[in-house]
Design a protein around this ligand. Sequence first.
Ligand code: SAM
Length: 375
Amino acid sequence: MAVPTEVTWLRDPHTAAKHDLLKKYLEAWAPILLSRHEMATYAEGFSGPGVYKAGEPGSPVIAHGVFAGALHRHPKRLRMFLMEKDARRVEELRRQMVRAQERQTGYVNQRLSVHIDEGEFHPALLQRLRTSGALGQPLFVLLDSYGGPDIPYSLLKDLAAHDRVEVMVTFVPGFLTRFAEKHEGRRQQGDIAFGGQEWQAVFKKPSTEKFAFLRDQYRDCLHRAGFTHTLHFEMVDEGGRLLYLIFGTKNDKGLEKMKDAMWNVDPNHGVRYRDPKDPDQQQLDLEWDPDTAALRRILHDHVVDSPEGVTIAELQRFTLLETVYRPAQVIRSIRQLRDAKAVDTDTARVSGKTLVLPPRANPSSSPPAEQDGLW
Ligand SMILES: C[S@@+](CC[C@H](N)C(=O)[O-])C[C@H]1O[C@@H](n2cnc3c(N)ncnc32)[C@H](O)[C@@H]1O
């Protein structure tokens, strides 16, 4: 998609997928945090006008609707800080947020405040969060630019210095692979975003590996900034342009809920997923009961690398932290591996726990060939 110049623009399928993901995640995030804390904050650096050309809501309006619902069940407080650079879009955003507030009762509006600022997102958003005290509280920051990269690494680091902060960043690798090698200014833009120059190794990668390399570099950059867990969500827009949403958190629960949200995104949006740990780089359709062949390959390799055996709980945690899959998908996958004699299970050695072991009869490290749709 070319960068729109009008106030509003047509919502494309990848934006619909992004909104579906955001809504599903916030529906889990808000009640969990409001049940434990008096106040939580949601912030956007690139808010947009709050509406698309055919009338669909933008991300701030979607978030507002989710928070209003959560506040009915948990009578606490939520704040929204929204930044937007384009004055015309700010005007439209103000109109849309007033409409969103008019759809709610006074009770919700007293508990859900909306602050809109016009201007360059950085460093204004950080200052706003700092002076309002939001950095010490649960905070979700959406940095949904046209993909830049235009988020300075220093901002990610400043955010990650606080425990309950989570970020979601839009990252489009095509700009760097196309323009940065020959233009010093654009290389510098990359250095500021990645907080170093390691990403420039992309120039020497074969073209088929460039995007995945930059994606992994960007996830690594969130790790270095201090977000202990990251996930990415891959989308292709109607012009064939690849873009990633990259999520960073320090919280196991946040990771689990984002994964649930990812697997629940409406498959009609055509988004796909690849697990970086899968040697076959199989593309996965995002469905509630997805193809778990890649998870079985990953679990099999992990068990074979653990001759003393691994408990189901350990495999579930490994799955949560190291793969795109959900812990709830582990037991079924292990059953299928056991039925295919690719692993053994033992319930006697550790009381009350099932230990998963490399197969005794066939200790080789390769999973069986594809049979009966199992692999
Ligand atoms: C991808 S759109 C945001 C869409 C919105 N998050 C949604 O999903 O409805 C990016 C927005 O960021 C704004 N923008 C671009 N550069 C900016 C900057 N440096 N600071 C603040 N806003 C910026 C653009 O005007 C545009 O409205």
